[in-house]
Design a protein around this ligand. Sequence first.
Ligand code: NCD
Length: 293
Amino acid sequence: MQNLITTSDFTNEEILSLFDDAKIFSDLQTRPILKGKLIVPLFFENSTRTRSSFEIAAKRLGADVVSLDVGTSSRSKGETIFDTVANICAMKPDLIVIRHSQRGLPQSLVEHVSCPIVNAGDGENAHPTQALLDLFTILEHFDSKVKGKKLAIVGDVKTSRVASSNASLLPRFGIEPIFVAPKHFQVADTKLRQYEFLSEIIDELDIVMSLRTQLERHSQIYYASLQEYAKDYCITKKCFGKRDILLLHPGPVNRNVDIDDEMLEDKRNKILKQVQNGVAVRMAILKKLLLQN
Ligand code: NCD
């Protein structure tokens, strides 16, 4: 049985074949190949896009979805996460999607469950489906010319699971991730190139991935206000100029902090394309784990 806990669970060949399916699914039309399968999303952390993306993907493939409303579940009555999951498993779902603030939790659940698990984000650790949809969006644009392309991940790279999953996935396909972050957000133990300002590297770049500042994961206050941070890190038309650079963001975007209004209207912005591709890629992942396992 195969799970998706980090992107290293899939070989490059598996990822490319997953993307072949995602291309077929990219019109997001209904194809009921998972009829009779039951998918349980367990989101112990906030989510708009990822949760709805998984649910829409499952329903477009004809699967049934039963989401646990964590706020009203027995977690608030003192049950441990392991017991909650054991109880869900006793009801025989075919696949569990889990998001939790604790790093490593999806991995530690693997041996306790009898169905595939998909990690929808564990703390600062990993967000494999986001990195896969990012790679799919990049490949859709650059196709066979992707090798040697350079992507700057800008902002709070230190606490971002999107940054860490992309940093390990993209080099496998010949893309160089580069971190651009204020000193307090820089990563100490990385082999990647790291810069303080986008202007130092922008002329080399093919792709910019802007990130939200993950205030909920900070143990201290690093700067006076988000507006203060935005002075140097908000992506504007002025900083992109006429350069042919693709602009990505995993969402949710803090308007005029991560990216300004004008750049959100710009043709180089592929954020909604990422959202659309996210459903197609998750459809392909559900198909793979439910039909090939
Ligand atoms: C991200 C996440 O939750 O890790 N969003 C997402 O899944 N699309 C990034 C974020 O919360 O800023």
